[in-house]
Design a binder for this molecule. Structure first.
Ligand SMILES: Nc1ncnc2c1ncn2[C@@H]1O[C@H](COP(=O)(O)OP(=O)(O)OP(=O)(O)O)[C@@H](O)[C@H]1O
Length: 246
């Protein structure tokens, strides 16, 4: 049987007295798009950092595409990628130079053809030779996505992919991600504060609060179970401890 995109078991991260993530377990199937939700400080970024192998869990284990991150991290990293607003691309390098660096890091064959393909797909041809530091937020988002796709990942971790975008550009990125997932079969784990975005893109949602997984289900399931009209209201119920009785 094909291994899951992500299998997390009892994933925990402690910083001294603070438990940022506590006993998080979930299995993200191949090709699925799931949302990772929670208020500020819920543990989303810490979770993503552990999934990427950037942080060593205090307890628990995670395997990505069948590779145990504790033993076989580099095999997993070659087959996954991520985008995060916290990672700035080197400002002085042009977009094409940045993508070339990442393509080499990932050992991509046919680098120039891949960059041209991504530039066409993400409407970046006009900015390819501009320094990354001179781009607008919308342009930076498209470059960050190109960077995240350079190695044709089978798993994509996206931290707030549309933060700071205007509604039109945000919509363009969402449509693009939907189409990309459908064409590539890539699994996506999306951390977002935009509930409408999550309802649109995600088949399943993990709700975190103070480091714990407190609920999960499809957006439609959660909305029905909480007797609400949309995921935003469910989020507020969970954040404010207004629980439904099982
Ligand atoms: N390096 C660190 N040292 C100590 N505590 C940390 C560290 N990184 C995160 N934390 C704490 O762990 C908890 C989870 O933080 P994390 O950044 O994962 O949350 P988040 O869900 O991504 O929040 P946000 O939506 O605000 O980005 C918070 O209480 C935070 O203060």
């Amino acid at each position: 049987m094909q291994s899951a995109a992500i299998q997390a078991e009892g994933l925990t991260k402690r910083y001294g007295e603070t438990t940022a993530v506590e006993s998080l377990s979930f299995t993200l199937p191949r090709g699925a798009t799931w949302g990772l939700l929670g208020g500020n400080g819920a543990g989303k970024t810490t979770t993503i950092a552990m999934l990427l192998g950037l942080l060593v869990p205090s307890a628990g284990r995670v395997s990505v595409l069948g590779h145990d991150m504790a033993r076989d991290r580099f095999a997993a990293l070659a087959r996954m990628n991520f985008s995060s607003p916290y990672v700035a691309l080197p400002h002085r390098l042009t977009v094409a130079e940045n993508l070339r660096v990442y393509a080499h890091l990932y050992g991509v064959r046919g680098t120039e053809a891949r960059i041209a393909e991504l530039a066409a797909a993400l409407q970046m041809e006009e900015i390819l030779h501009r320094p990354a530091g001179q781009l607008s937020a919308g342009q930076k988002t498209r470059v960050a996505l190109a960077k995240a796709l350079v190695n044709r990942p089978e798993l994509l971790l996206l931290d707030e992919p549309t933060a700071s975008l205007d509604p039109d550009t945000g919509d363009w990125v969402r449509t693009w991600l939907e189409n990309y997932r459908a064409e590539s079969g890539c699994a996506i784990l999306l951390a977002s504060h935009n509930m409408a975005e999550v309802e649109r893109l995600c088949g399943h949602v993990l709700m975190m609060k103070r480091g714990r997984l407190v609920d999960q289900g499809s957006p439609a399931d959660l909305v029905a179970r909480f007797g609400r009209d949309n995921l935003e209201d469910v989020f507020l119920d969970i954040a404010r401890d207004r629980r439904v009785e099982a």
